[in-house]
Design a protein around this ligand. Structure first.
Ligand code: UDP
Length: 324
């Protein structure tokens, strides 16, 4: 550690949804000094605005596709940078997404190696692709379409995992890999295009909720506070536990059930409309979290209904002023 007391922690993707929530949690510990790195492509400085005055917080606008160097000692790195919403990572951003996953991981691993820092990789349930087994445990090797429109993200994240394990094998680097399942909560970007933010924002504006496909596909939604708990637990776990470990909520819902729940909470007169299902959209996602329970003594506490209440409250404050 730099001065024997403080821990200097880098959070890449620090102005994004998960990153900004993590910054806010870690800064509460006076021993921690946070360096938040983001290119603000999907993140926003407004998410960490109140931290900018804090002398233990520093924001650096930087794209991790390019290397970055620090003179002062770095103790820990949470590598969270990457667009994560399908509309944000696909299409014209596809190559950029792969570069962020792969070159970004390489640059952060090299940084960790120089400083002998511990580094945590935010991997994803997308490494399982269209799963042929449910729930998915960490030994399942997945079923990813390597040439589909989601591959830039899925294969990018898979490659990053392999890089992390090679850095551990070759250089004995202290690595931690978490596979994050769908997560929601305050500080989500209302324009992100993800299902929870879309449904809540549509409902608050009195619009129909857009279900892609027939709504029978499932997802398991983890509230952000539960996710932040497990990220920190993982970083602080014994060095021999590298992961990968699933971090998600095993309560599985169909997208139709989610729409009904949001409608019942915001305005029961609202309707749903059906739109085409994007290509390669996974049919089901449900984490097996036994490893996280055993190794990290963690399981999610927040039920979907309660988490949605808090998220709706956040979006009311965020978007009501901008309603047309
Ligand atoms: N989805 C939907 N309506 C929307 C946005 C998404 O029905 O307005 C569906 C999407 O097709 C997918 C699920 O909800 O089946 C979760 O989508 P999201 O983009 O939130 O996450 P991911 O597909 O990465 O799990």
């Amino acid at each position: 550690m730099s001065n024997g007391i403080r821990k200097r922690i880098i959070i890449t993707g620090g102005t994004g949804f998960i990153g900004s929530n993590l910054c806010k949690r870690l800064i509460q510990d006076e021993q921690n000094e946070i360096i938040c790195i983001d290119n603000n492509y999907t993140g926003s400085l407004s998410n960490v605005f109140e931290l900018l005055e804090n002398p233990r917080f520093r924001f650096i606008e930087h794209d991790i596709i390019n290397p970055i160097f620090f003179e002062e000692k770095i103790d820990e790195i949470y590598n969270l940078a990457c667009p994560a919403s399908p509309p944000a990572y696909q299409g014209e951003k596809a190559i950029f997404t792969t570069k962020t996953c792969v070159l970004g991981a390489l640059n952060m691993l090299e940084l960790a190696r120089k400083h002998n820092a511990k580094i945590l990789q935010s991997s994803t349930s997308e490494v399982y692709g269209e799963p042929q087994q449910t729930p998915q445990n960490e030994n399942y090797r997945g079923n990813v379409n390597p040439i589909g429109i989601r591959a830039c993200y899925d294969e990018g994240k898979r490659c990053a995992e392999s890089l992390f394990f090679d850095y551990n094998r070759l250089y004995n680097l202290k690595i931690k890999v978490v596979r994050i399942f769908n997560t929601y909560g305050p500080l989500m970007d209302p324009k992100d295009g993800r299902v929870v933010s879309n449904f809540i924002c549509q409902a608050l504006k009195g619009e129909d909720l857009t279900i892609y496909g027939d709504g029978t596909q499932t997802r398991s939604f983890c509230y952000i506070d539960d996710l932040i708990d497990v990220l920190i637990k993982m970083m602080n776990s014994e060095d021999s536990f590298l992961g990968p470990v699933n971090t998600g909520n095993p309560d599985e819902f169909t997208i139709k059930q989610l729409a009904e729940l949001v409608i019942s909470k915001v305005n029961p007169t609202l309707k749903v409309v059906y739109k085409p299902l994007p290509s390669d959209d996974p049919t089901q996602r449900c984490p097996d979290i036994n490893l996280a329970k055993t190794k990290l003594n963690w399981e999610p506490k927040v039920k979907l209904s309660d988490g949605l209440d808090k998220t709706i409250e956040y979006f009311v404050g965020k978007i009501m002023g901008n309603l047309e």
